[in-house]
Design a protein around this ligand. Structure first.
Ligand code: HEC
Ligand code: HEC
Ligand code: HEC
Ligand code: HEC
Ligand code: HEC
Length: 284
């Protein structure tokens, strides 16, 4: 997984995680620099990817199509994209590639599916048209087959909502495990509150075993369970003090390498047994 910005080890000054590569293929009718049209296909070559076994065995590309429009009174017309464009997203798809000899690893979609979002936001819900990140449509081609059934999850969101945050490197709590919690606590508390089943069909707590730390402040990282719980629970109402959390194995707001080395020590689930119908369950 690669973020918007490279991750630097503060002790050595070395880049430990390179940045991902976003690219406009066509803008305002023009094929962009570095892109060619060959056999009716747009071709663009990325830099060498840091492919490896284990966590880095899969690369994926998310491709979106959007048009800019102008609205004057009742009239709407397609237009060139200007500095503050309004976008309509048309289509998107994703493509996976695996490191030699490996099969592609995909993110779990058994926890949150897009159907649940649609129940509140409606069938035509399109994300991010106000930002410069358009073209993102949750159609069937964004789905995975799980137990013979097509499930459209929110896995592709991690192409931008990475563990390293988005462009603000964690200052916006951009990682997917935090982003939806934070947004809905702030913008829709009365609707969502502590009812996890509004979005979750289940929790996938095993997924934490494969997770490193998440960027919770600009370039500062927190162990994954604590980061996820504190995306809703503010430290001041946490029930545990930061020192208590650390005694339960949490790493809170440390540099990336320190957090990474210690991110698998959390013992939260020895006491907390959250389910989507009651996440407050504690059994010691
Ligand atoms: C229980 C109803 C409910 C569910 C379920 C729900 N949302 Fe929301 N969501 C809201 C409300 C209410 C708001 C705040 C009003 C608004 O901005 O539209 C909101 C805000 C948002 C925003 C910010 C919109 C903006 O323009 O600032 C995004 C993005 C979003 N939701 C995405 C999702 C996704 C993705 C899911 C599914 C994983 C989801 N929501 C599930 C009710 C819900
Ligand atoms: C092409 C990149 C990109 C993709 C793909 C993407 N996002 Fe975002 N998203 C952003 C950026 C950049 C921001 C603004 C910075 C931030 O909040 O971290 C943002 C902001 C948000 C916010 C906060 C918006 C608000 O008004 O509070 C939510 C919620 C969100 N994204 C959910 C999602 C979900 C869910 C998906 C997948 C269905 C998704 N995003 C896919 C780039 C992306
Ligand atoms: C607005 C939608 C929304 C609501 C409501 C919500 N979550 Fe989440 N949650 C998400 C998204 C999206 C993810 C990221 C899924 C992924 O990693 O692919 C997530 C991930 C998690 C994870 C990480 C493990 C997993 O299953 O992927 C935990 C734990 C979690 N949420 C706890 C909660 C708890 C506890 C509540 C209720 C108090 C809650 N969530 C309510 C959207 C939501
Ligand atoms: C989507 C937001 C959200 C997430 C994520 C979330 N919580 Fe909560 N939690 C709440 C809200 C809101 C309440 C209070 C309302 C209620 O009791 O349902 C609460 C209440 C609790 C309580 C009961 C507190 C008391 O004093 O009775 C416990 C325990 C708890 N959460 C633990 C956790 C743990 C552990 C995690 C991470 C695995 C977590 N929560 C993640 C929103 C969240
Ligand atoms: C030894 C058992 C135990 C362990 C380990 C533990 N907790 Fe708790 N936790 C509790 C109890 C008991 C409560 C109920 C509130 C209280 O009395 O402090 C609680 C409450 C909470 C709450 C809700 C706080 C509130 O009142 O709003 C959150 C969130 C939480 N714990 C997160 C965590 C996280 C994250 C970890 C791991 C780093 C963790 N806990 C480890 C026992 C534990």
């Amino acid at each position: 997984m690669m973020g918007y910005n490279p991750v630097i080890d503060i002790n050595t000054g070395k880049e430990v995680v390179p940045s991902k590569e976003p690219k406009n293929l066509i803008m305002n009718g023009q094929i962009q620099a570095g892109v060619t049209l060959t056999d009716n296909k747009l071709v663009f070559t990325t830099k060498v990817l840091p492919f490896a076994q284990g966590d880095a065995d899969t690369a994926f590309t998310l491709i979106g199509t959007a048009m800019c429009y102008d609205q004057i009174g009742q009239d709407v017309a397609f237009a060139n994209c200007t500095e503050e464009p309004q976008f309509v997203s048309l289509n998107s798809s994703q493509v996976f590639a695996a490191f030699a000899g490996e099969t592609v690893s995909k993110r779990h979609v058994d926890s949150v599916t897009f159907d649940t979002c649609v129940e509140c936001h409606g069938k035509d819900f399109v994300l991010h048209n106000k930002y410069g990140h358009p073209g993102f449509v949750m159609n069937d081609s964004m789905g995975q087959i799980v137990n013979d059934k097509l499930e459209v999850g929110v896995d592709s969101c991690v192409s931008c909502h990475t563990p390293y945050g988005t462009y603000a490197s964690g200052a916006n709590k951009g990682a997917l495990e935090m982003k939806l919690h934070k947004t809905h606590m702030e913008k829709a508390y009365s609707l969502v509150g502590g009812d996890c089943s509004q979005c979750h069909v289940d929790f996938n707590l095993n997924a934490f075993k494969d997770k490193g730390p998440l960027a919770t402040e600009a370039n500062l990282y927190t162990s994954p369970i604590t980061a996820t719980c504190t995306s809703c629970h503010k430290p001041e109402y946490m029930g545990h003090t930061p020192e208590q959390l650390e005694s339960f194995g949490a790493v809170i707001a440390k540099d990336f390498m320190t957090a990474k080395e210690n991110s698998q020590s959390e013992t939260c689930f020895t006491c907390h047994k959250p389910t989507i119908t009651d996440h407050r369950i504690i059994r010691m």
